[in-house]
Design a protein. Structure first.
Ligand SMILES: C[S@@+](CC[C@H](N)C(=O)[O-])C[C@H]1O[C@@H](n2cnc3c(N)ncnc32)[C@H](O)[C@@H]1O
Length: 431
């Protein structure tokens, strides 16, 4: 008797192709959503549309059809927004079929001032929805020197992908198709100069281009088996200060982001609530940029512990913070570091924890409940939260809110022009 092998638990039967995918719709675009897409409705269902602007009527092709929402790509603009502009990157424009549009500049068809207004709406909506906070008066600020209208020439890090035939380029939006391009308009000049856009790379998987402020731009090729040349140390300058780090280690991407965040964090800290002898923390510290911002404002004796999961980054942080007698750098995952921090502290340490200023700069996923719960148990005097994802921030702000910490000030910066990303710096204290 033939025996049918039951499918393994993780093997799902192949889904039948959804007949809705590929259909074309006319859509009225009514709003902006998190993630660089706009909102429309079709027969009551939400459709997330790329390459559109609120107020437009577009013809779009459905690319994904889930029960609760669909996704669609704009093919043609039937009624254009007054805020539409020619795309800053020809290879990402509507002139191309959606599958052939370069990804990474998903707001490039929108005037810069209006991009900032849409980012403001996303932040305000996330804070209202998740944290019941009214951020109506917020403004998304241009960085000093970014007040021209193009929003180009700012990226100091670019990763190009390599296709099977060796050609290089960015991926198309939401896909792993490599799109050959003739230019990289968002890249800093030093990167544009070395970008090997016409080169064919045999065995490579990706090509990283890095333009540090303290030296020449460099290219790092990663092969298909994941190997790359030994990490090269580079130097980044922020004001008079120098930071050493690995060429591919984390660093703020915009030419002037590190300076902007340094001054924003310094401005956000309430000096009256700051105690240099407290158990001050720089969580998700990287190579020590924000610990240095705190030390530069409050002096060399400031006690601050920078916690970071990457060992090479922590080694560099220890070097970069060696001016400050009170600074130390620890390699640890933040969720492990904060676990039991309050419970295991002596009475003296508890006092220092309660007097602490905590700088929190997590990756896009946010800090999350495990970290926030343990942190609020230590009862810090103030938290400076640096966020690169408004929804993750709003969720964490809600957790802080439940523990009695409210947002006292909030600044938003356009650290990523022509993309949907936005950076926030918030000051939270106990009510
Ligand atoms: C947004 S970056 C901020 C770095 C630094 N504050 C700066 O501005 O240069 C986040 C950092 O957190 C680190 N990281 C990610 N997950 C972590 C975790 N669970 N615990 C500790 N560090 C983590 C990353 O390696 C990265 O350096």
């Amino acid at each position: 008797m033939p025996v049918r092998t039951p499918p393994r638990r993780h093997q799902r039967p192949a889904a039948a192709p959804n007949p809705t995918v590929g259909t074309e719709l006319e859509l009225e675009v009514t709003g902006v959503a998190h993630g660089g897409v706009m909102v429309a409705r079709h027969e009551g269902r939400v459709v997330f549309v790329s390459d559109a602007i609120p107020g437009e009527r577009v013809r779009a092709r459905v690319t994904e059809a889930k029960k609760s929402f669909w996704r669609a790509d704009t093919l043609e603009v039937l009624e254009a927004s007054p805020h539409r502009q020619p795309h800053v990157w020809a290879e990402a424009s509507l002139d191309r079929d959606p599958e052939g549009r370069a990804g990474g500049a998903e707001f490039g068809h929108i005037e810069l001032a209006h991009q900032r207004e849409l980012k403001r709406q996303v932040v305000a909506d996330a804070l209202a929805r998740f944290a019941r906070v009214d951020a109506g008066g917020l403004e998304v600020q241009a960085l000093d020197g970014d007040d021209d209208s193009s929003g180009t020439g700012w990226r100091t890090r670019v990763r190009l992908q390599v296709a099977a035939d060796g050609t290089v380029g960015p991926y198309a939006a939401r896909s792993h198709t490599v799109i050959p391009v003739r230019s990289l308009p968002l890249a800093a000049e030093a990167i544009a100069e070395i970008a090997p856009l016409a080169t064919r790379f045999g065995d490579a998987a990706s090509v990283d281009l890095v333009a540090p402020s303290g030296g020449r731009a460099l290219t790092v090729v990663t092969t298909r088996d994941g190997s790359r040349p030994p990490a090269e140390a580079i130097t980044e300058r922020v004001g008079d200060r120098e930071f050493a780090l690995d060429a591919l280690g984390f660093w703020q991407v915009h030419l002037r982001a590190a300076q902007t965040l340094t001054t924003a964090v310094q401005r956000a800290i309430d000096a009256d609530a700051f105690d240099p002898r407290a158990a001050n923390l720089d969580l998700y510290g990287g190579v020590g940029l924000l610990a240095a911002a705190v030390g530069d404002r409050f002096g060399q004796a400031t006690r601050i512990t920078s916690v970071e999961s990457s060992e090479p980054a922590t080694d560099f942080a220890a070097r970069n913070l060696s001016d400050w007698v009170g600074a130390r750098a620890l390699t640890a995952r933040v969720e492990h570091f904060v676990k039991g921090l309050a419970e295991n502290a002596t009475a003296l340490e508890r006092g220092r924890q309660r007097a602490a200023t905590v700088v929190l700069d997590p990756p896009r996923s946010g800090a999350g409940r495990a970290v926030v719960d343990e942190l609020v148990r230590t009862g810090p005097a103030q938290v400076i939260y640096v966020a690169c994802d408004p929804v993750a921030f709003a969720r964490d702000a809600a957790l802080f809110g439940d523990a009695g910490y409210g947002i006292r000030s909030l600044e938003a910066f356009d650290l990523f022009p022509n993309t949907h990303h936005v950076e926030l710096v918030a000051h939270l204290t106990r009510d």
